[in-house]
Design a protein around this ligand. Sequence first.
Ligand code: AMP
Length: 114
Amino acid sequence: MADNIFAKIIRKEIPAKIVYEDERALAFRDVDPKAPIHILIVPKKDIARVSEAKAEDEPLLGHLLTVAAEIARKEGIDVTGYRVVINKGAHAGETVPHLHVHLLGGRPMNWPPG
Ligand code: AMP
């Protein structure tokens, strides 16, 4: 059983500001938000990072994106726009070894990212 912080949030062992939950995914507010809206969407399945997802996980990966889009509509950032980010590895700044999709919005963002 994984003991990283998101696995503990999924098991409800530690608190989080949960905004969405179904049988396959959980979404909660980032504890250190980088934008006015910053929500993390995670699979309940133990997948460490995107590079470790298998072909059988493709429907689950797609589900995380449609959940992100649904949350964006509920949070009121669908019209102004938002960014969906997955960090993998040191250069991208991955810090938690459980796959998570960042949903960021509520302010203009630069491109390319820093
Ligand atoms: P990453 O750098 O892509 O691995 O993203 C990890 C994210 O998890 C960061 O934005 C952190 O602020 C966030 N984070 C870390 N611990 C928690 C927590 N307990 N609850 C919510 N978000 C967290």
